[in-house]
Design a protein around this ligand. Structure first.
Ligand SMILES: [Zn+2]
Length: 324
C-alpha cells in the first residue's frame, strides 16, 4: 500500500517537470472555445471510458466560494473578532480553545460538506457521464460527487473527506462519520437547520462562537482530540475505505489500458499537479487511443507530446457544461 501512496502523491513529478518546460498556453482565445467544446462532446461520446480528474475549480464553479457573501453569512462574528476575511484564512487561525476551534470548523464542515452546492454543476457532469464507463479521481473533500448521484464505487477521494473524523495522533486508522456531531455543534451555537438542510441564524439572534466542552470530539482509543480526515500532513489516515477506493482506481486504470480513454480534467490547478494532472499527461502519452481534456478557468496546458490529442478549454466550467 505504501508504494501506491507514493505513486499517487508524487507521481512522475520529474517527468512532468520536463513536459512543463515544453508546454504552451492553450485556449486563451474565446473564439476557439466553440470548436473545442464540440471536440469535447465528441470525445465523450466516442470514449470507451471516461476518467474524470476533479480539482478545487470544479467546486468553485458549483458555487462553493470561501469569501464574500457566503463567508459573511456564516462567519461575520469571527471576522469581527479576528479580522480574517475568508474561510480559508479562518481555518488557520490559532484559536485559544478547542471549543472555539470547533465552533469555527463545525460551521465550515456543515456548509461545505452537508449543504447542497449552490449550482448544479456536479449534477450536469453526472448527466454527461452516467451512461459511460467512468471513474472519478478527485482532490476535493466535499462529497459533491456522491450527492450528485455518482456511484461511490467509482470514486477515489485522494485527500480525504470533511465528513470523517480521525484520531489526531493518529493512534489507529479508523475514521468516523461526523454528521450527527457536526449538526449538534452548529445547533449548540444557536444556528438552525431548515427543512431544505440550509444552515441559518434566526433573525435577531446572536450566535455563540464556542461549542460546549462535552461536544468536543475525542478519540475513544487514546483520549486525544479528534481531527478531520484531510491530507494536510503525515498524520492523514488512509482508512479501509480509502484503500479500497485506491485499489478500485488502480484496477479500472489497468482494465482499460489501451482503450479509447478520455482523461477529463476539471478545475485542476498547479497546487498539487502530481495527483491528477501529471499522471493524466503520462497516461495519455502512453496510450495513443486516449484523449486529454482540460477545462479550467485561468490556465490550461498540454505538453507537446500529447498536444494533437488534447482539448484545452480555458473557461467557466458551468458555461462549458451548458454548451455540451
Ligand atoms: Zn487516538
Amino acid at each position: 500500500m505504501q508504494s501506491r501512496k507514493i505513486q499517487i502523491g508524487t507521481a512522475n513529478v520529474q517527468a512532468a517537470g520536463r513536459h512543463g518546460t515544453e508546454t504552451e498556453r492553450h485556449g486563451t482565445e474565446t473564439e476557439c472555445h466553440g470548436t473545442e467544446i464540440e471536440r469535447l462532446g465528441t470525445a465523450i461520446a466516442q470514449a470507451d471510458a471516461v476518467i474524470i480528474g476533479a480539482g478545487a475549480g470544479l467546486s468553485t464553479a458549483a458555487g462553493f466560494t470561501y469569501t464574500g457573501e457566503r463567508f459573511k453569512r456564516y462567519f461575520a462574528d469571527f471576522e469581527e473578532t479576528y479580522h480574517f476575511h475568508d474561510m480559508y484564512s479562518g481555518g488557520f487561525y490559532p484559536y485559544a480553545s478547542l471549543e472555539e476551534y470547533w465552533a469555527y470548523w463545525s460551521r465550515y464542515i456543515y456548509i461545505n460538506r452537508y449543504m447542497s452546492a449552490p449550482k448544479p454543476v456536479y449534477d450536469a457532469l453526472y448527466e454527461l457521464v452516467r451512461d459511460k464507463d467512468y471513474f472519478v479521481l478527485t482532490t476535493n473533500v466535499d462529497h459533491c460527487f456522491q450527492k450528485a448521484g455518482f456511484d461511490k464505487h467509482r470514486l477515489f477521494y485522494t485527500q480525504g473527506d470533511y465528513g470523517l473524523f480521525q484520531c489526531s495522533e493518529p493512534c489507529h486508522t479508523d475514521t468516523y462519520d461526523n454528521e450527527a456531531l457536526v449538526k449538534k455543534m452548529v445547533l449548540s451555537q444557536g444556528f438552525e437547520i431548515g427543512a431544505d438542510g440550509r444552515l441559518f441564524a434566526p433573525a435577531g439572534k446572536r450566535v455563540q462562537m464556542r461549542v460546549p466542552t462535552e461536544l468536543l470530539p475525542v478519540c475513544s482509543h487514546c483520549g486525544r482530540p479528534m481531527t478531520m480526515n484531510l491530507r494536510a500532513d503525515d498524520t492523514f489516515v488512509q482508512d479501509a475505505g480509502w484503500e479500497q477506493a485506491a485499489e478500485r482506481y488502480d484496477l479500472f486504470e489497468r482494465r482499460h489500458r489501451g482503450l479509447r480513454i478520455l482523461y477529463m480534467e476539471l478545475g485542476v490547478g498547479f497546487n498539487t499537479p502530481g495527483i491528477i494532472k501529471y499522471p493524466f499527461w503520462r497516461m495519455t502519452a502512453e496510450n495513443f487511443q486516449s484523449i486529454y481534456a482540460c477545462v479550467n478557468l485561468g490556465e490550461t496546458f498540454a505538453p507537446t507530446e500529447i498536444r494533437n490529442r488534447s482539448i484545452c478549454i480555458n473557461a467557466d466550467i458551468v458555461k462549458v457544461f451548458e454548451q455540451l
